[in-house]
Design a protein around this ligand. Structure first.
Ligand code: PEP
Length: 254
């Protein structure tokens, strides 16, 4: 059975003390709501990681992740953070390919393929994001865009490597905009993603891959979205900054 995950993406929010306090609040609230193959992951700014990992030791269903890591192992890249550094904090996950990284930092599929490989080589589990822009959806290119992002970003991984990934479908037009993909629109793409995985690997690999939905997911729409057969949870931006909202999204699993 594939893992069901609600992952929070704090983005560039919360100073150190605020991060510690929100994490403790969230972990205490969700700990009794998460069972079996379910997991909550908090993806924080780098400065919080090692302390959150220490806090997370008291909660076996709450994991910690970063929001980025560099494609090279080490070197003269002032200000950058390597996958090995992230791993050394004890963090387990790393978001890669988020549309904000693609859009504001020029990260393309080729670079993301490198980042993914480096993250995997350092024992991190990438939460690999894909999704089309509004223009691409309106011109009906969304399936093609998703297919290319998968082919160029992650489909050259071996089966063993691919099995470490979590995928997140995040239509760019739904991120931080308050517009959510309808559950039918999201399910259609999630089923398409699973089909592409089956074509490139095997049906079994496809069936075991966790595919999250992200884009203005909140306590009101999460139930509809998570009820879809190919949606295995959510990647949550804005609503992960409010403990009550995050809890209510996690509760949808039950
Ligand atoms: C995200 O940043 O991954 C995201 C889904 O943001 P929001 O939930 O705020 O749309």
């Amino acid at each position: 059975m594939r893992k069901k995950i609600v992952a929070g993406n704090w983005k560039m929010n919360l100073d150190y003390a605020e991060g510690m306090s929100l994490f403790s609040e969230i972990a205490n609230m969700v700990k009794d709501e998460i069972t079996g193959q379910q997991l909550a992951v908090i993806c924080s700014p780098f400065i919080h990681l090692s302390s959150l990992v220490q806090l997370a030791k008291s909660y076996d269903k709450v994991a910690v992740g970063a929001q980025n890591a560099h494609q090279y192992e080490s070197g003269a890249y002032t200000g950058e953070i390597s996958a090995k550094m992230v791993k050394s904090t004890g963090a387990a996950y790393v978001i890669l390919g988020h549309s904000e990284r693609r859009q504001y930092f020029g990260e393309d599929n080729q670079l993301l393929a490198q980042k993914t490989l480096t993250a995997l080589n350092n024992g991190l589990k990438p939460i690999f994001c894909i999704g089309e822009t509004l223009n691409e959806r309106e011109s009906e290119q969304h399936f093609e865009v998703i297919k290319t992002q998968l082919e160029e970003g992650v489909f050259s991984l071996s089966t063993e490597q691919f099995e470490q990934l979590v995928l997140a479908y995040e239509p760019v037009w739904a991120i931080g905009t308050g517009k959510t993909a309808s559950s039918e629109q999201a399910q259609e793409i999630h089923a398409f993603i699973r089909e592409q995985i089956a074509n490139n690997y095997t049906q079994e690999v496809a069936d075991n891959t966790t595919i999250l939905y992200g884009g203005s997911c909140n306590p009101k729409n999460a139930a509809d979205l998570f009820a879809q057969p190919d949606i295995d949870g959510g990647l949550i931006g804005g609503a992960s900054l409010k403990s009550r909202d995050f809890l209510d999204i996690v509760k949808v699993f039950n």
